[in-house]
Design a protein. Structure first.
Length: 270
């Protein structure tokens, strides 16, 4: 799937697009020729999105406010996006949150909030966009954003880890069910990526010092790395790839767990 088809820019809808991974993904896809549509509950980020995701090589980006946990709002925004842009060729579900709480003390309210945004919101968006793709009969590509916490247990993140394991399972199921319609579905599983949400980690001297213990490439992942992985999974170069979860983690999953650092490590509770 390239950024253009039959002389028109392909359209990519990105949730959680007001900042962090979502904004980076939108910017990457816009630079590769996609017309991007951002969706986020944070309407204050619309100007930032338009400025970052608009390029001379792509059509004007669009931004809509919506709560992904509301099926009604998701259905409405997908309809608006199709009416404005004509189609949706790609979906990237970046909307997500995390908790840092003990499994013994996390409240039902917090648990439900994380599961609702990370898992239920992802499903609602995939379901509604898939319906539109099937109706259009032009195939399409979907990339969900999982996490390395979808492969291993991460301390102090019971709801987050559970939701990301579930997102990987959902991705595989969608890949099977949507393959007959020419729709490919894959996941990207980021490791420790530097975004506004995690910026404080890099002000912790021990966190920076211990990075080589956990990341074989000894590097700090960026949101642009995730954007590049997403772009690959939406491209024609990956036309025979579906149902996978691609780690973007500098090799973290190939070697150790966060718990390797011990109880005092900022990697354990960061």
């Amino acid at each position: 799937m390239n950024g253009a088809s039959n002389g028109r820019a392909k359209v990519a809808l990105i949730t959680g697009a007001a900042g962090g991974l979502g904004l980076a993904v939108a910017t990457t896809l816009a630079r590769r020729g996609y017309r991007v549509i951002g969706v986020d509950c944070d309407e204050s980020g619309s100007d930032r999105f338009i400025q970052s995701a608009g390029t001379q090589d792509s059509s004007r980006p669009l931004f809509y406010r919506a709560d992904v946990t509301s099926h009604t709002e998701v259905s409405a925004v997908v309809g608006e996006a199709i009416e404005a842009a004509g189609s949706i060729d790609a979906l990237v579900t970046c909307a997500g949150i995390r908790e840092i709480e003990d499994v013994l003390t996390i409240t039902p309210e917090r648990w439900n909030e994380v599961i609702a945004i990370n898992l239920t919101g992802t499903f609602f968006c995939c379901q509604e966009v898939a319906k539109a793709m099937v109706a259009a009969k032009n195939g399409g590509g979907i990339v969900t954003i999982a996490s390395i916490a979808g492969f291993v247990g991460v301390p102090y993140r019971p709801a987050y880890s559970a939701s990301k394991h579930a997102v990987i399972g959902l991705t595989k199921n969608l890949a099977v069910d949507l393959a007959p319609h020419g729709i490919r579905v894959n996941a990207v599983a980021p490791g420790t990526i530097r975004t506004p949400l995690t910026e404080a980690y890099w002000h912790n001297a021990r966190f920076v010092e211990e990075m080589p213990i956990f990341v074989p490439l000894h590097d700090r992942g960026t949101a642009a790395d995730v954007g590049s992985a997403v772009a690959f999974l939406l491209s024609e170069e990956s036309h025979f790839i579906t149902g996978i979860a691609l780690p973007v983690d500098g090799g973290f999953l190939s070697t150790k767990s966060y718990s390797t650092g011990g109880a005092g490590s900022p990697y354990v509770k960061a």
